[in-house]
Write a protein that binds this ligand. Structure first.
Ligand SMILES: *Cc1c(COP(=O)(O)O)cnc(C)c1O
Length: 364
């Protein structure tokens, strides 16, 4: 008997536990007839700010827009440089271009896959204005080291929290360390909507007021436009769904951590596993192992009914869109992109499914 395939993720199953509440929420939206910037967005913003432990949250249309708006608010001179990790998802780098700024890539630490604070300092020039850190795979960056550097060189800090909802460094949640935290609620994220969505978190009320204006055509009151803004609003209906799911975010993260702990404990040491350290509360948006025979392992698992992913197969500086813009060699990033393999670790996977993946991997 061939076992039932183990998918990498399944968005239907992931959302199934919330269907009843989602349906009530949708019916309520139809009744009220209010679809843009109403009470549901306001409530979700308050709930998510409270969850993170910060004063303000502003919903926007996507994670990319959250990053763009965070960078725009500072009004840096054109051509200013923003330091960003070389192994991030391309959105972090695109946001810097879309804000009229110049990305400068810093290599990650080969063990944590997060930006290496020592490498940040090597990248600082007179034009550097900000550091865009990415809490990749759901592990927080070393924010102590990063804030120290930012302080010393008077740089702004934007956190890309698209993969780190609920992740912590020394007991403090990501999105509360820098000037802004930028979140995505893309359906596959730890806190995912049923469509696109994003948010910025921050403590500075005047900067946040500007974000609220910028997301809505630069308008502070109806038909009064103070800034050259854009249209990037979180939908009412998505905010309603997100409020429902937010109540279960800790449960989702706890489940993913439990599955990750199984891999950590039982996977044989031929595989390079994520590092675990008591200062870091990891939420495993992605559980990535590394192995030089990544492709063979991936095919072997697939033949045995286990679907894996690669985050990410091509480093940003090798992407067609960017390779003429991003000069330099990034050997650590290339090594990670060449060897990384993401194993199933979602809210809808069971422990016995993960045990099956481990059994297969240990037999390889
Ligand atoms: C998903 C993601 C984004 C972009 O979020 P969208 O909502 O898809 O725009 C940005 N950065 C990282 C690291 C991501 O994983």
């Amino acid at each position: 008997m061939t076992p039932i395939p183990i998918e990498y993720e399944n968005l239907h199953l992931l959302n199934a536990p919330f269907f009843d509440e989602y349906k009530q929420c949708f019916a309520k939206s139809l009744d009220t007839g209010w679809f843009i910037l109403g009470n549901q967005v306001k409530s979700f913003e308050e709930e998510f700010a409270a969850y993170c432990g910060i004063n303000h949250c502003a919903g926007v249309a996507s994670g990319l827009d959250a990053l763009i708006l965070a960078l725009k608010v500072f009004n840096f001179p054109t051509g200013s440089e923003v330091i960003v990790p070389s192994n991030t998802y391309i959105a972090s780098i695109l946001a810097i271009y879309h804000s009229g700024l110049v990305p400068v890539l810093a290599e990650p630490d080969i063990h944590t896959y997060n930006i290496d604070p020592a490498k940040i300092e090597e990248c600082i020039t007179l034009k550097t204005k900000a550091i865009l850190v990415v809490h990749l795979y759901g592990k927080a960056c070393n924010m102590e080291a990063i804030l120290t550097i930012a302080d010393r060189y008077d740089l702004k800090v934007v956190e890309d929290c698209a993969q780190s909802h609920g992740a912590m460094f020394k007991g403090k949640k990501t999105g509360t360390f820098g000037d802004f935290g930028a979140f995505s609620f893309y359906p596959t994220k730890n806190l995912g909507a049923l469509g696109d969505g994003g948010a910025l978190t921050g403590n500075n009320s005047s900067l946040m007021a500007m974000v609220r204006a910028l997301r809505n055509y630069g308008s502070t009151e109806k038909y009064i436009n103070e800034y050259i803004g854009i249209n990037s609003r979180l939908d009412e209906i998505q905010a309603g769904f997100l409020s429902i799911k937010l109540k279960k975010l800790d449960l989702i993260n706890h489940h993913k951590r439990k599955l990750a702990a199984l891999y950590q404990e039982h996977l044989k040491d031929d595989y390079i596993k994520p590092v675990v350290h008591s200062d870091y509360f990891d939420v495993y948006h992605i559980y990535a192992i590394r192995h030089p025979r990544r492709q063979e392992i991936r095919e072997y698992l697939s033949k045995n009914g286990v679907i894996t992913e690669i985050h990410y197969p091509v480093p940003p500086h090798h992407q067609k869109a960017l390779k003429d813009h991003l000069k330099g060699h990034f050997p650590i990033s290339e090594e990670i992109h060449r060897t990384t393999l993401s194993l199933p670790v979602s809210f809808c996977h069971t422990e016995s499914q993960i045990e099956r993946v481990i059994e297969l991997l240990n037999a390889f």
